[in-house]
Design a protein around this ligand. Structure first.
Ligand code: URA
Length: 433
């Protein structure tokens, strides 16, 4: 097989075979196909797309390019949930323990944050001692014993994705539905769960800008998952404003804890409930949404959901005292209240900009090597559609350094206040299977 013929075929918009895609991924991993040839193929894929069949072949070849986690020794259905990344997205920290308290097994591998979106691992690490890097053996043992673990990637999972992503980043070939779908799904498939719930975000703070684009991506991922025997479903959710009220590591841990105790923000709580319903049905714990909602609410009310979170923190070496008394979590030196400058209605809250502003305070990384300041961030005090006056606080800034005027101006500009009433958008737009 000559790789140039494969590039040629894709340039002519013809369907690649399983063997041709396998040949490509083998060559990427062993280095026998040079980057310039892979780059040419990537661009041909961006321009001509891939069929569902090709996309599934690609995801499967990538999944098998490295280690594949075997969760079969854990009894029952193992479930995973993945978000395509958003501002203020602390879902895994609340949802994992919540569904585990209802009897579901959650073996979850999460990532770190980069740029305007935070990562679950960084958030959990704001709890002193929390260990995100368990061996595969300890990870499996924990899920067997308490039903939930959230860790960083173990072993050498999907090395093909690491190489391809680095190339895509510098050849303007990231934004392609088949490439994004196969990249995400290869990692989900390699991490071994039986069911996958995808939270595909759309809007300003997200990869996909519109509901339509997010739906296309979700359908591509569902098709990959189902063709490889994993029950895969997706929610399409709004990222045109931050999820919940907080952005920043320890602030988000506190919000996740509040939600586990039934005192979380309305939008975030509803997301957890609807995601939980789907996961409990995928995991065959419940057969209807109503039944699932009841046991989820029960887990929260009875304190079992919060207890499960505490158990997870204990197993992973974290300081449980910080969870029982969240004032012990890292906190910033200063809290500055930001009052609204004019009366009106909140028309827009620019989530991507708020994510960047939180990162500039130290809550996130601009570069991979940057350190995180766990205590800083933003607490947003309004939602789209709210009526506000100059008496109202729109936001609290948690910071360690003095706030620069330019930074404060950018913060004000992130909130668009209009004279006419605007409706808030539904957070969950669609559920797909
Ligand atoms: N996230 C991934 O893991 N891969 C992509 O291609 C895009 C987002």
């Amino acid at each position: 097989m000559r790789f140039v013929d494969i590039i040629d075929k894709k340039r002519e918009n013809l369907e690649l075979s399983n063997e041709e895609i396998q040949f490509w991924i083998d060559g990427v991993v062993d280095g026998s196909i040079p980057d310039y040839q892979t780059s040419a193929l990537l661009m041909a894929i961006v321009l001509n797309g891939m069929t569902d069949k090709e996309t599934a072949y690609l995801a499967k070849a990538m999944m098998h390019s490295g280690d594949v986690i075997d969760l079969s020794s854990i009894e029952g259905i193992k479930s995973d949930k993945h978000s395509t990344g958003g501002v203020g997205d602390k879902t895994s920290m609340a949802l994992g323990p919540m569904v585990a308290a209802c009897g579901l097994k959650v073996a979850k591998m999460s990532g770190r944050g980069l740029g305007h979106t935070g990562g679950t691992l960084d958030k959990l690490e704001s709890i002193e001692g929390f260990n995100c890097f368990l061996s595969e053996e300890k990870f499996i043992k924990q899920v067997k014993e308490i039903g939930v673990a959230i860790i960083g990637q173990t072993g050498d999972l999907v090395p093909a994705d690491k190489k391809l992503y680095a190339l895509r980043d510098v050849t303007s070939t990231v934004r392609s539905i088949p490439l994004i779908a196969s990249s995400i799904m290869s990692k989900k498939l390699a991490s071994g769960s039986d069911t996958i719930l995808l939270d595909v975000k759309y809007g300003e703070g997200a990869f996909m800008r519109t509901v339509q684009e997010a739906t296309e991506l979700a359908n591509a991922m569902i098709s990959i998952g189902n063709s490889l025997g994993r029950n895969t479903m997706a929610m399409i959710t709004d990222m045109n404003q931050p999820l919940g009220n907080t952005i920043g590591n320890s602030l988000e841990v506190i919000e996740a804890i509040d939600t586990l105790k039934g005192k979380g923000p309305k939008d975030f709580t509803e997301l957890c409930m609807q995601a939980g319903e789907i996961m409990l049905m995928q995991g065959k714990i419940c057969s209807t949404k109503e039944e699932a909602r009841n046991i989820l609410q029960d887990a929260v009310k009875s304190g079992k959901a919060f207890e499960k979170f505490k158990e997870m923190v204990t197993y992973q070496g974290g300081n449980v005292k910080m969870i029982e008394d969240t004032t012990l979590l890292p906190k910033s030196k200063f809290i500055t209240e930001i009052k609204c400058r004019k009366e009106g209605y909140v028309e827009k809250i620019h989530s991507e900009e708020l994510g960047i502003l939180a990162m500039l305070l130290g809550a996130g990384r601009a570069k991979k090597e940057d350190n995180i300041n766990y205590g800083v961030g933003l607490k947003i005090n309004c939602k789209k559609g709210d009526k506000v006056t100059t008496e109202d606080t729109i936001c609290y800034v948690y910071h360690d350094q003095e706030l620069q005027d330019e930074w404060i101006e950018r913060l004000y500009e992130a909130f668009l206040i209009s004279n006419t009433h605007v409706e808030n958008d539904p957070l969950i737009q669609k559920i797909l299977k």
